[in-house]
Design a protein around this ligand. Structure first.
Ligand code: PPS
Length: 315
């Protein structure tokens, strides 16, 4: 689901959240924290009523791993592959269908009636979520819908998360980096401990319906990674179409596009878009703590190795 709808709905939530008392900004569901600004307990309770289709394009990524970016890439690939007329292509790429159905563009966001409304979306639907694998609706696995799982190095993810959380006023109070780091590393943030998501996904290494990719790989060679996405999801796209999507989805192009319609949220969603910003923020002690925790929990797993922690989180 494309980004335009996301911005409008976030803007609305931000405005409405002014009336929410600080203690009501977070809630617990099934052992995990969520933010009331975008999630509601009733929706999470009936998540399993979501009816996946076998041709759904599912994108899963912990918050701040680049899900808006890759979501837009997938929407563009789907539209190019669908060979729609210009009007339909535009509708799909700007999220017009979702906007008409008042759909928050992440599966677990918004009101519980959304799952009924989602039935009206034409195939192929691009569905984004920040949920961990064990929390995904069962029908996604039953229907064998293909899932792209996105990772980003945990240090940049943490820095990006803090800026988003403060910008969107997700927490009862604004957090300093030190306060946020200690919450992030102990999993006291919405969606819990990032490293646990990696461990859980490691159980799906042999599932041919699941593909893993990193933010850093896409940054390094977007055309190559888009080709991999297209092959995985069976999108039929030409080299030229991929090149055009590479250009449309650069950080600058997406930020400029967001600024055209909504300055405020655009600046929160598109902050820096770089690899290695953590070096400006982490203290020596925080580096050591994160390195230790990564080593303890994920470093020896296959996905832990795929993240290339030594390349992106050291030095
Ligand atoms: S959210 O709010 O949880 O859905 O955030 P998410 O979209 O997953 O991640 C936000 C970070 O992705 C960066 N971003 C991009 N990077 C590179 N290229 C493009 N086109 C792009 N679009 C978004 C965004 O700037 C956030 O990272 P930071 O480090 O904060 O800049």
């Amino acid at each position: 689901m494309a980004l335009a709808g996301m911005r409008e709905l976030l803007e609305k939530s931000l405005a409405e959240s002014k009336d929410v008392t600080p203690s009501d900004k977070m809630f617990l569901h099934d052992g995990e924290l969520y933010t009331t600004m975008i999630c509601c307990p009733e929706t999470l309770k009936i998540l399993d009523t979501f009816e996946a289709r076998s041709d759904d394009v599912i994108l899963v990524g912990y918050p701040k791993t680049g899900t808006n970016w890759v979501g837009q890439i997938l929407v563009e690939l789907e539209a190019a592959s669908g060979k729609y007329d210009e009007e339909e292509r535009k509708k799909r790429c700007t999220g017009q269908n979702e906007k008409e159905l008042l759909l928050f563009p992440y599966l677990e966001f918004g009101d519980p009636a959304k799952f009924e409304r989602m039935k009206k979306l034409p195939s192929r639907r691009v569905v984004k979520t920040h949920l961990a694998p064990q929390k995904l609706p069962k029908s996604i696995y039953q229907k064998k819908a293909k899932i792209l799982v996105l990772f980003r190095n945990p240090k940049d993810t943490a820095v990006s998360y803090l800026h988003f959380a403060n910008g969107m006023k997700l927490f009862p109070t604004q957090k300093s980096w030190d306060e946020f780091f200690s919450d992030f590393i102990s999993g006291k943030v919405p969606y819990g401990l990032y490293l646990n998501h990696i461990i859980e996904w490691n159980k799906y290494l042999d599932d041919k319906n699941v593909m893993f990719m990193t933010y850093e790989e896409i940054k390094e060679n977007p055309a190559l990674e888009m080709k991999r996405m297209a092959e995985f999801f069976d999108f039929s796209v030409s080299k030229q179409e991929i090149q055009s999507i590479v250009e449309k989805t650069t950080f600058k192009a997406m930020k400029d596009q967001a600024a055209e319609t909504n300055e405020g949220i655009g600046n929160i969603l598109f902050r820096k878009g770089i690899v290695g910003d953590w070096k400006n923020v982490f203290s020596e002690a925080q580096n050591e703590e994160m390195d230790r925790k990564f080593e303890e929990i994920v470093a020896r797993t296959k996905l832990g190795k795929m993240i290339k922690y030594d390349v992106y989180c050291k030095g």
